[in-house]
Design a protein around this ligand. Structure first.
Ligand SMILES: NC(=O)c1ccc[n+]([C@@H]2O[C@H](COP(=O)([O-])OP(=O)(O)OC[C@H]3O[C@@H](n4cnc5c(N)ncnc54)[C@H](O)[C@@H]3O)[C@@H](O)[C@H]2O)c1
Ligand SMILES: N[C@@H](CCO)C(=O)O
Ligand code: NA
Length: 817
């Protein structure tokens, strides 16, 4: 024997009812069952509303009841052929006549007791179950109408009656023995011994189904509703929420305490006590297995679901008078209970200095008053402070029996909240280890749920959601690298990198699930491509609201650098090879660092200097460990080193510059390199990283761009004009050669002053042997005093730069784990 229960939305109209019948047909082949129905969708509320109107003397109830009668007639006519309608129509007519009399009575005496209300409400289920019984007969089912008032015995607590199980179980068993056929049962209602109609409270039809399942020792109980079981989290807030395949009874209880409104497990108690498995299924997607709730122990993931509740406030009860005084909490909770306040969460630290409780915001005024009244004397004497209310809060709770004796759940929970900049106001976990609850601000709720959902469910992978501005040389190389390395990172490092936004200076495009990186389109060719608008790009990134977004800037653009503050403000970390932000005003540099720190997000720019070579990180480590920089001497331009070292091999200067550009060493405009600007930016950044208050004006720069090449209509014209200076550059080279020296474009920083320019160096200088796109940095510090620390290697080029950017992104994955 199985019990199936269908809720109001499943039987709201003909279309839905036919879906229910289909489910029942397929059930017929599987064995014996009985079915419990709620009132047709929305009917109970209308009945109760009309009763209230009648009580207030508002005549409009008449029309509402009339409309309700019409709706039931209409349903009968839609489901039952005309020649078979008369019994049902008579039943409906008689019920509505009774209702009319009843409402008229309420209207006359302006009174409606809980007992009358229960009687009024009972009409909903009686009508639906009767009509559906007759309709099922038409479909060939051996259906028998069972008005549950004849078998469910309750006390006379109207509105929320208590069931007398021993009497009820006997009555149900007797009834089922004596009446063959498919029992079609009214949900929600019962009766007292004297025959007065009662109702079973919230989700009463589920309760009815559980009562029958328990009495009949059913093999299972199926609750059919309009969602596919219990989801991992509220799908309106967490788009990636999915159906939980299995829950233990306790987990179901915990999950539904906050949120998860699908079930109200108290109502399933009778079935749980007998260990009867409960399925939560979707009438509108019957193939979906839904959720199974049973007694089977913990399995699978660390947690089963994340529930939440908003509209919550915290009350802080604090004061020296609380310390080591026995009975304070009894008085706090006594006062709250007397005021009929539901306490959602309690937290008290072992210092006993304060007690913190979460309650519904609606109940705050009453709660505050009740506690302050109770502690009137203590507050007056200053032993206790007036109650402090923290409004606009919400509770998030992770739930699962697997947490028990399994370290790591709370660590993961609070780490992911913290790393995503979500402040936790209060925490509670009981020793059953079934539920860990945290109070966060209402504004952070959706983000908190998503962060936790990702941390606990979306495989065990951490996902970084990249938004990439600048798909040029470096940007493209980066995409390719991620595509090639992605599987290995997923497999061996539990890290996934997805790119959801791409842009160049003209177009931008977004992809909810992440672009296919192996065949990543360019921003102009991607689906949904639109003109680039930086403001909108950022808006879209914020709206997509991923929990681990990353903004990657692979442009050389000042405009993009100018929005870093907005990005950090949104708690989104930045990775960039673009030097503009860090080499702008000192104030801006400091402000960005401070903001990143305050928001708890990273701002990573290792490739600002010497591409992938570990220069910035190394310098930061030196500073963190208390070293002091005395002097920096460096070749910081890959292109300039390439140009001046290749130039020695007999090529014309302008040709070598062109080659440097083709090899991807130069800036988008090679004059940024030749002018010394790019190197100046780098030494400026190094100086600032070395904690020196360095301004651009503190740098003297020797430009290698001939005057007539500074302003040209395009880069082609620049190269044409540069040709005319080949001879002059050759002369420079010859002069150095004759002295046994080499030309190196270098930067030095000492005593708060920096110098950038071309030098002729002899063979004793460490820069003498540099080749190709090599960079070399010498740090002379208090600790590296007699001999400097040296970093050397290729410092420009698409691959070494993209690799450095990629490494910074991966580093973020480690931070945000
Ligand atoms: N080439 C190297 O070896 C190297 C080394 C270290 C750092 N970098 C830095 O990497 C960055 C990118 O260099 P690249 O060689 O890839 O340049 P690139 O010119 O090939 O690409 C730049 C991209 O940025 C886009 N862009 C420019 N302004 C934009 C804006 N306002 N909004 C959106 N997109 C915009 C362009 O359309 C282009 O797609 C630069 O900051 C450069 O200094 C380069
Ligand atoms: N144009 C730069 C690229 C790296 O910032 C260089 O030549 O070093
Ligand atoms: Na670097």
């Amino acid at each position: 024997m199985k019990i199936l229960k269908f809720g109001g939305s499943s039987v709201a109209n003909k279309e839905n009812i036919l879906k229910v019948f289909k489910i029942l047909s397929s059930q017929q082949k599987k064995g014996e069952f009985a079915v419990v129905f709620s009132a047709f969708g929305g009917v109970t509320e209308i009945l109760l509303n009309s009763a209230e109107k009648a009580r207030q003397g508002d005549r409009s109830y008449v029309d509402e009841v009339k409309a309700l009668e019409e709706r039931h007639f209409e349903t009968v006519k839609q489901l039952i052929p005309i020649q078979l309608q008369s019994t049902v129509l008579t039943f409906v007519k008689v019920r509505f006549n009774e209702l009319e009399d009843l409402f008229h009575g309420i209207f006359l005496i302006k009174e409606c007791s809980p007992r009358t209300l229960d009687y009024v409400a009972s009409f909903g289920e009686r009508l639906s179950a009767f009509i559906l019984t007759e309709a099922l007969k038409v479909e060939g089912f051996p259906a028998v109408y069972l008005d549950a008032r004849s078998v469910i015995r309750t006390n006379d607590r109207f509105g929320n009656a208590k069931v007398d199980f021993s009497a009820t179980n006997d009555l149900i068993l007797d009834y089922f023995h004596q009446n063959p056929g498919l029992k079609v049962i009214t949900g929600f209602i019962g009766s007292t011994e004297k025959g007065e109609t009662t109702t079973l409270g919230r989700s009463g039809s589920d309760y009815t189904a559980a009562i029958f399942a328990s009495a009949l020792q059913a093999e299972s109980l199926e609750i059919w509703t309009d969602v596919s079981g219990v989801l991992t989290s509220d799908p309106r807030l967490v788009y990636t929420a999915f159906t939980i395949p299995q829950l233990t009874y306790s987990e179901a209880m915990e999950l539904s305490h906050f949120g998860a409104k699908v079930i109200f497990p108290a109502t399933m108690q009778p079935a749980m006590k007998k260990g009867i498995p409960i399925y939560i299924k979707n009438t509108f997607d019957p193939a979906n297995p839904g959720t199974l709730i049973n007694g089977e122990g913990p399995s699978g993931k660390l947690i089963k679901g994340i529930s939440s509740m908003s509209g919550v406030s915290l009350l802080n009860i604090e004061g020296s008078g609380l310390i080591e005084v026995v009975g304070v909490s009894r008085r706090v909770f006594g006062a709250l209970a007397d005021a009929n306040i539901h306490v959602l969460l309690i937290s008290q630290a072992s210092s006993e200095h304060s007690i913190c409780v979460a309650i519904r915001t609606l109940e705050v005024p009453r709660a505050k008053e009740a506690i302050e009244k109770e502690f009137l004397y203590e507050i007056k004497n200053g032993e206790m402070d007036p109650v402090v209310v923290v409004p606009n809060m919400s509770v998030v709770a992770v739930v699962g029996e697997n947490m028990k004796h399994n370290p790591g759940a709370s660590g993961r929970m609070f780490q992911s909240l913290g790393r995503n900049n979500i402040n936790v106001y209060a925490i509670a976990q009981g020793s059953s280890e079934l539920n860990i609850s945290a109070v966060v601000s209402q504004a952070d709720l959706q983000k908190a749920l998503n962060v936790l959902h990702e941390a606990f469910f979306l495989s065990d992978n951490k996902v970084l959601h990249v938004f990439l501005v600048g798909v040029g040389l470096i940007g493209k190389a980066l995409i390719k690298m991620i595509a090639n390395q992605r599987e290995k990172l997923q497999r061996e490092n539990d890290l996934d990198i997805q790119i959801h936004g791409i842009a160049n200076s003209r177009y931008m495009a977004f992809h909810e699930d992440g672009f296919d990186l192996k065949n990543c389109p360019s921003p102009e060719d991607a689906e949904g491509s639109r003109p680039m608008d930086l403001e909108k790009f950022i808006q879209q990134m914020e709206e997509m609201n991923f929990s681990n977004s990353v903004f990657v800037d692979c442009t050389a653009s000042q405009d993009v650098a100018d929005v870093y503050d907005r990005v950090l403000e949104a708690s989104i970390p930045i990775v960039t090879p673009n030097k503009k932000a860090n080499s702008g005003s000192l104030d801006n540099y400091k402000a960005l660092k401070k903001l990143a720190y305050k928001r708890g997000v990273k701002f990573l720019y290792e490739t600002n200097v010497a591409a992938g070579l570990p220069v910035i990180n190394t310098l930061q480590d030196l500073m963190l460990s208390g070293d002091k920089v005395i002097r920096i001497e460096a070749v910081l331009s890959g292109s300039m080193n390439y140009i001046f070292s290749e130039f020695e091999n007999g090529l014309a200067f302008s040709e070598v510059v062109k080659l440097a550009k083709e090899k991807g060493y130069t800036e988008p405009d090679p004059r940024d390199d030749l002018s010394g600007m790019d190197v100046a930016r780098k030494i400026l950044i190094l100086g600032r990283e070395a904690e020196q208050d360095l301004h651009f004006e503190d740098i003297s720069i020797q430009s290698m761009v001939p005057e007539d090449c500074v302003e040209t209509k395009d880069i082609q014209e620049f190269f044409d004009r540069l040709k005319k200076h080949d001879a002059a550059f050759s002369e420079l080279l010859q002069k150095a050669r004759s002295e046994g020296k080499k030309l190196r474009f270098m930067a030095t920083l000492e005593n708060g002053k920096a110098k950038v320019g071309l030098n002729a160096l002899d063979s004793t200088h460490p820069f003498y042997t540099l080749k190709g796109s090599d960079n070399m940095i010498l740090f002379t510090t208090e600790r590296y005093h007699d001999f400097p620390m040296i970093i050397r290697g290729p410092g420009a080029g698409a691959d070494v730069t993209a690799a450095g950017v990629f490494a910074d992104v991966i580093r973020l994955g480690n931070y945000s784990r």
